[in-house]
Design a protein around this ligand. Sequence first.
Ligand SMILES: *Cc1c(COP(=O)(O)O)cnc(C)c1O
Length: 448
Amino acid sequence: MTDVTNIKGGPSLPQERKLVTSIPGPKSQELLARKNAAVAAGVGVALPIFTVAAGGGVMVDADGNSLIDLGSGIAVTGVGNSAPAVVEAVKAQVEKFTHTCFTVTPYDGYVEVAEKLNEITPGDFDKRSALFNTGAEAVENAIKIARHYTKKNGVVVFDHAYHGRTNLTMGMTAKNMPYKDGFGPFAPEIYRVPASYPFRDGLTGAEAAALSILQIEKQVGADNLAAMIIEPIQGEGGFIVPAEGYLKALSDWATANGVVFILDEVQTGFARTGTMFAADQEGFAPDLITTAKGIAGGLPLSAVTGRAEIMDSAHAGGLGGTYTGNPIACAAALATIDTYEKENLAERANEIGALIENFFAELQKNDDRIGDIRGRGAMSAVEFVMSGSKEPNAALTSAIAKQAGEQGVLVLTCGTFGNVVRFLPPLSISDELLLEGLQVVADILAAN
Ligand SMILES: *Cc1c(COP(=O)(O)O)cnc(C)c1O
């Protein structure tokens, strides 16, 4: 078993679930009232506990409750919160300088991150990278670059896709509530086609790809298409792992038709799925890859990496931004990526995934509301259905998330139909803590 003691960050927090008040406690409730009076209502929260410390596999709130973290701030703190190496790197950089704007006067940290990304992303070809702040910004820039390179406009996206909350990426995202409702109009030249969803469509990868491609050819046409972008495992859409061969078939079609194939690995990237990138398990390399979430231990950073000829097609000054590739975030990224490699966290992700899948496979024998157990590595999920059917069971799903939170276990939901509980623990969590968290979910299932 992988030893995670080296990356238990935070101020040496006891690795335990301990409730000293109800959830949320009085201090969190007081802060929540202030939040509601000061923060725009659109900025909602999943679990209103106000964090004061976090590390390893726990989060401590303002009332002194210690909760098990099965969300990692949405797949961000893969190396754990306040991982020691990240804290050191940030401290060292913040004492030197905090900002110059890389496109005014550059610094080596940015270059080093680009070199590292070019090295570790899939594809044995000459690559370039450009750094940004958020996942949505990386996706927007990947589309900008693909359009500039191909001199075409169309962008193909998929059912159940999630790509962000800016205008372009909202338009690329599938789900209306809560992401898009009332926030249009959206950017033109975005075309949505069916995706592979083995639990619901029962199709092989080849069959699902043929359907997607037929629709692209009939309704868009390769000559109008700059890019096709897809998450290798759809995240917000429900942790949907496409049928084997689906992604490669799409990629082959894109290559044959002069369309830039982009993998959005913002959620799947950085050891999460048991390899450094999810694409490492697909047998091909995308033209461009977008990364963010797990890249820098919690500091805001994102990237587009890919084929040099595509990346270099945009003119100088065409890509950038005031804060893109901030030096502190770059220092954090270098320490974070080093930690994934040195601590063999991809391996740890596989151990975590096996543990979660075995746990729910056992429960599924006696509970047919567990429709599907899927995912890869520490990106695992359970899709809940009504007993005896495949009808989505969103009520049970939200009850699990709510009651788990009240019992000191942070779990997140997702899915187009709101019926998926997703598990994204930090890779620094111990087996004991993870199993305790899962048992809380099992007890809630038994009682509901
Ligand atoms: C979270 C996410 C994004 C958006 O990232 P932000 O940093 O929130 O802008 C884009 N794509 C995928 C696949 C994501 O999971």
